[in-house]
Write a protein that binds this ligand. Structure first.
Ligand code: ADP
Ligand SMILES: O=P(O)(O)O[C@H]1O[C@H](CO)[C@@H](O[C@H]2O[C@H](CO)[C@@H](O)[C@H](O)[C@H]2O)[C@H](O)[C@H]1O
Length: 469
C-alpha cells in the first residue's frame, strides 16, 4: 500500500475530526512529518508523534496549519481499537501497519505517562522534551480515558490523577495555556488545576519550540459550568408560573461566585504578567481590529450583513475612549471553561481563541474581553435549551423567549456585580463602551464558529446581535 493510501486515510480522518479547524474551507494534506517516537513500546507496537501540514488555497493565496497526530502503529489489527482506526499502510520506518489514533489506546498512553514521570534521555527522545514540575508523584498504574467532548484539543484522563491535554493545531512559540497554568500554579491560585508538566518539540536547527501537550491535576469533583447552567435553565422552563429566583436550581449564586473567581484570577494575572496603560491610538487599533474581524466574518456568514451598521457603530463608539488598560487575560472564556468543584470554581483552558495565531493570543488585552465571554455564555444557555426543547405551540415559545431573557439578565447581573465588587470598581461609562464592543466582537466570532462547526446553532449569536445592534 502506497503513500497514496496514507494520504487518503489521513485526509479522511483529519477532515472528520472535531478538533480540525479547517472545516468549510478548501484544504489538502501537504505533508506529514514524524517528530518523535515514544521509547519502550512492547513488541508489535510503535508509537509516534507526527505533524500534518494542512494547506488552504483561497483568492488571498496559500496558507497552512500544522496539526499534531499522536499515532499507534500495530503490526496486527486491534479489534478493541476498531473505532479509532486511521488506516492500514506501509510506513517508511515501521513497515506494514494498522494505524490508530494513539489517544484512544491505553498501551500508547501508558508510554506517554511514563515519559512525563521519567523523561527519556536526549538520545532516546529525539526532538521531544518532556518536562515535569516537582510536588506530585504521577500514578503510573492509572488507565487512560480519552474525553469525548466537543473540543478544539484532545484531553486524556489518567484515572483520577492527571489530565493530559494534547494540543491539536500547533505553532512555534509559547502556548499561553502552559505559561499561564505554570504561573498561576506557582502563585498558589485556587482557581486553576495545578500544572504537573508539559511536552515540547525542540528544533535545534531553527531554534524554535512547539508546545505539544500539557499535564495537569485531574479535578475529581468537577461539574462542567455549562452543564450546570443548562440544568438551571431547564428547571426554570419546567416551572411555567415561577420566576428564576423562585425555582430550585437558580444559578445566580453560582454566577456571583464565578464573578469573584474571575476577579481573583485577573488579579493574580495582573500581579505576574505586565499591566499596561494604552493610549487613544491603541483604542483606535482595537476598534480597527474588531472592524477587520467583522469584515472577514461577513465573507463567511452573509447573515451578519443586517447587523453590520449597528456593529460598526458600536466599534466606532470605542474611539471616544482616550485610554485602555490591558493585561494577561483568559481570552476565550465561556461557561464550558469553568468547572464547579467541591473547593469552588476553577477556570480551565487559557489557550485563547483557537482561531487566532499564538503570538496574538499571548498579547495583553482588556479584562472586559473575559467578562464579555461569560456574559455571552449566559445568553447562550437559555437559547440552546429553547432551540433543543422540541415542538411547542406559539404561546409556549413566547413564554420561553421571555423566560430565557429573564435567566440571562439575572445571571449576567449577579456575575457582573460580584466581579466589580471584588475588584472594588464598577461598570462606568468607559467600561460600558469596552464591554459592549467586546460583546459584539465575541458574537461575531461565534457566528463564524457556529457556521463552521454547528450550523444549527448559528441563529444563537445572530439572534443576540439582532437584539443589541
Ligand atoms: N483539570 C481538569 N480536571 C478535570 N476535567 C477537566 C480539567 N481541565 C479541563 N477539564 C475538562 O476537559 C474539557 C476540555 O478541556 P479544555 O481545556 O477546555 O480543552 P479544549 O482546549 O479542547 O477546549 C473541559 O470542558 C472540562 O470539562
Ligand atoms: O473549543 P473551545 O472551548 O476553546 O471554544 C470554542 O468552542 C466553544 C463551544 O464548545 C465556543 O463557545 C460557544 O458555545 C458555548 C456553548 O457550547 C457557549 O457557552 C459560548 O458562550 C459560545 O461562545 C467558543 O466560542 C469557541 O471558541
Amino acid at each position: 500500500m502506497s503513500d497514496e493510501t496514507r494520504t487518503h486515510d489521513l485526509t479522511t480522518w483529519i477532515g472528520e475530526a472535531r478538533w480540525f479547524g479547517g472545516k468549510g474551507r478548501e484544504w489538502s494534506l501537504a505533508g506529514v512529518r514524524r517528530v518523535g517516537e515514544l521509547p519502550d513500546a512492547p513488541p508489535g507496537l510503535r508509537v509516534s508523534i507526527d505533524l500534518a501540514e494542512v494547506a488552504y488555497r483561497s483568492e488571498q493565496g496559500e496558507e497552512s496549519e500544522l496539526y499534531q497526530l499522536p499515532l499507534a502503529f500495530y503490526s496486527e489489527p486491534q479489534e478493541r481499537l476498531a473505532h479509532a482506526l486511521v488506516g492500514e499502510w506501509d510506513d517508511s520506518s515501521f513497515g506494514h501497519t494498522f494505524v490508530y489514533d494513539a489517544l484512544h489506546d491505553r498501551e500508547s498512553m501508558a508510554l506517554w505517562l511514563r515519559a512525563f514521570a521519567a523523561p527519556p534521555s536526549s538520545t532516546d527522545r529525539g526532538q521531544l522534551a518532556f518536562h515535569s514540575l516537582p510536588g506530585h508523584d504521577l500514578d503510573l498504574e492509572a488507565h487512560s480515558t480519552l474525553f469525548s467532548g466537543e473540543q478544539s484539543n484532545s484531553s486524556v484522563a489518567f484515572g483520577e490523577d492527571a489530565l493530559m491535554k494534547v494540543f491539536r493545531k500547533v505553532t512555534p512559540g509559547v502556548n499561553p495555556d502552559v505559561a499561564i497554568h505554570q504561573v498561576l500554579t506557582e502563585a498558589g491560585s485556587t482557581h486553576v488545576a495545578s500544572l504537573y508538566g508539559w511536552l515540547d518539540l525542540v528544533d535545534e536547527e531553527t531554534n524554535t519550540t512547539i508546545q505539544l501537550a500539557m499535564l495537569q491535576q485531574f479535578l475529581r469533583t468537577a461539574s462542567d459550568g455549562w452543564d450546570l447552567a443548562l440544568a438551571s435553565v431547564r428547571n426554570l422552563f419546567a416551572e411555567a408560573d415561577l420566576h428564576a429566583d423562585e425555582v430550585g436550581g437558580d444559578f445566580a449564586g453560582e454566577a456571583a461566585r464565578l464573578g469573584v473567581a474571575l476577579a481573583e484570577v485577573h488579579a493574580d494575572l495582573a500581579a505576574h504578567f505586565p499591566v499596561e496603560e494604552r493610549d487613544a491610538d491603541a483604542v483606535g487599533a482595537l476598534a480597527s481590529a474588531m472592524e477587520g474581524r467583522l469584515e472577514a466574518a461577513l465573507e463567511v456568514v452573509p447573515g451578519l450583513a443586517e447587523h453590520e451598521a449597528g456593529l460598526r457603530a458600536t466599534y466606532a463608539r470605542l474611539r471616544d475612549l482616550d485610554r485602555v488598560e490591558v493585561q494577561q487575560v483568559h481570552g476565550d472564556l465561556h461557561l464550558g471553561q469553568t468547572l464547579r468543584t467541591a473547593r469552588g470554581w476553577k477556570i480551565v483552558d487559557f489557550e485563547g481563541e483557537p482561531a487566532k495565531p499564538l503570538a496574538e493570543r499571548l498579547k495583553p488585552d482588556s479584562v472586559w474581553r473575559d467578562v464579555a465571554g461569560m456574559i455571552r455564555s449566559f445568553d447562550y444557555a437559555p437559547r440552546v435549551v429553547a432551540l433543543t426543547a422540541g415542538d411547542y405551540d406559539a404561546g409556549e415559545a413566547d413564554q420561553r423567549t421571555y423566560r430565557a431573557a429573564e435567566w440571562s439578565a439575572r445571571n449576567r447581573e449577579a456575575f457582573l456585580a460580584a466581579y466589580t465588587a471584588k475588584r472594588g470598581d464598577d461598570v462606568d461609562a468607559a467600561a460600558t463602551l469596552l464591554l459592549d464592543a467586546y460583546l459584539a466582537d465575541k458574537a461575531v466570532y461565534e457566528a463564524v464558529y457556529e457556521a463552521r462547526n454547528r450550523p444549527g446553532w448559528l441563529s444563537i449569536p445572530l439572534a443576540a446581535l439582532g437584539e443589541t445592534s
